[in-house]
Design a protein around this ligand. Structure first.
Ligand code: NZQ
Ligand code: ZN
Length: 386
């Protein structure tokens, strides 16, 4: 295990009624002007908006709404939010939604306090913002675990880059599984796969000998696989299936599985650039990419894949070589993707004529991946996915 420092700043309130039970005390700690940020309006249909507004009014807050945060949030939307925050002297941001709203607000929180362009500040000057508007998150769609970390994935449309910007940690996150019950099933499935992908991307990093983080990680992967199946069997099972998925997704991104490791995340880097060019659904893009990318990584990743075959997918090791087990892991993963109804080809996602060369050329090549991919090989991967 590598040397590490672990500290975790986000307070998590998990379970039914956690907004009603905990938001009033959290709001009492912050200033009067609150930005209520949300997406395309699902919270108005399922009652979450009314419930939160009533808590905010009782707390005596001046509420400024910032809505319409789209999936795969854009840098332009961040700027719009930062302007509203500045003009209204916002003291606190309450982000209500899935990864897109939660990420967008992380960056608004930094950009509102910075006179320079944050993209250039971080990516060209390699500086880090130091002042933020404090924030709280109410999670309505699980999967990304975005409320658990301080990295945001933002699409810069002009530059055609979907990349990381670093903001602040949320001071608290409310995870009420009941709030996620109106998610479209397609999003439940893609969100669950995203969480599984986060686990695998962390597991595949280095060092590659098993450590405590990896053993907890294997349990998270088993949990996600089992509970996605249970959810598909009974979509209304909130206690034993949905609650588990919500927490497993948070666990994948709260830093716990990353302790003592450098992560891989090569599949994510490729998917993010696919997103920059096609605006596709994140979890679905990952589902198509993972098995194909993993077949390319097989020689370098044999040992870890073989371990996943046995410890996560329950494949018997009897009489099998490491290589055979590694192949069986990829087959099990691909079968699972089909079984839960995720796409297996870009064409099933409506992606037919994306500029794969530009995507491969602009993808970040990660240091933690066991294989050093070339851009030519990433292009092969993309072509095999289509
Ligand atoms: O916008 P509304 O109307 O709210 O609808 C959303 C959206 O259409 C809907 N939804 C959310 N909660 C709902 C609901 N519909 C009904 N009932 C509810 N309770 O779900 C749709 C998708 O929401 P979105 O936030 O876009 O999805 P997700 O949570 O998958 O977030 C995706 C974004 O997060 C980034 C992705 O790249 C993508 O931009 N990621 C962020 C990460 C991070 N910061 O750690 C890690 C991930 O790897 C990922 O890259
Ligand atoms: Zn992801």
């Amino acid at each position: 295990m590598n040397t590490f420092t672990y500290s975790y700043p986000t307070k998590v309130y998990f379970g039914e009624k956690s907004a009603g039970n905990n938001l009033p005390a959290e709001l009492a700690k912050v200033g009067k002007n609150v930005m209520l940020a949300y997406g395309g309006g699902s919270i108005k249909k399922n009652g979450i908006y009314d419930e939160l507004m009533s808590i905010l009014e009782t707390a005596g807050k001046n509420v400024v709404e910032f809505s319409g945060i789209m999936s795969n949030p854009t840098y332009a939307k961040v700027q719009e939010g930062a302007k509203i925050a500045r003009e209204n002297g916002i003291d606190f941001i309450l982000a209500v939604g899935g990864g897109s709203v939660i990420d967008c607000c992380k960056v608004i929180s930094a950009q509102a306090k910075l006179s320079e362009n944050l993209w250039e500040f971080e990516n060209e000057k390699h500086s880090s913002p130091s002042e933020f508007i404090p924030m709280g998150a109410v999670v309505t769609a699980f999967g990304t675990g975005a409320e658990e970390n301080c990295g945001a994935v933002i699409t810069h449309e002009e530059k055609k880059i979907k990349g990381a910007l670093w903001g602040a940690f949320y001071s608290f996150a409310i995870l009420d599984p009941a709030y996620t019950m109106t998610m479209p099933m397609k999003q439940v499935i893609s969100g669950s796969f995203d969480a599984l992908s986060h686990c695998m991307e962390t597991y595949m990093g280095s060092p590659r000998d098993v450590n405590l983080s990896d053993e907890i990680n294997e349990a998270c992967q088993r949990n996600i696989i089992r509970n996605l199946r249970a959810t598909l069997n009974d979509p209304n099972d909130i206690i034993s299936a949905r609650s588990e998925l919500v927490w497993a997704a948070a666990m994948a991104e709260n830093g716990m599985l990353k302790i003592g490791k450098v992560t891989d995340f090569q599949a994510h880097m490729l998917e993010h650039q696919l997103g920059a060019y096609t605006d596709c659904n994140h979890g679905e893009g990952l589902a198509v990419i993972h098995p194909v990318l993993y077949r390319h990584m097989l020689p370098e990743a044999e040992k870890q894949f073989a371990r996943l075959a046995v410890n996560v997918w329950g494949i018997s090791a009897d009489g099998k070589s490491e290589k055979q087990l590694a192949e069986e892991f990829i087959n099990a993963l691909a079968d699972f993707i089909k079984e839960v109804g995720l796409p297996t080809k870009f064409s099933e996602m409506g992606i037919s004529n994306a500029d794969f060369k530009a995507i491969a050329d602009s993808t970040v090549l990660t240091g933690g991946c066991c294989k050093k991919f070339t851009r030519e090989e990433l292009l092969e991967v993309l072509n095999e996915c289509s």
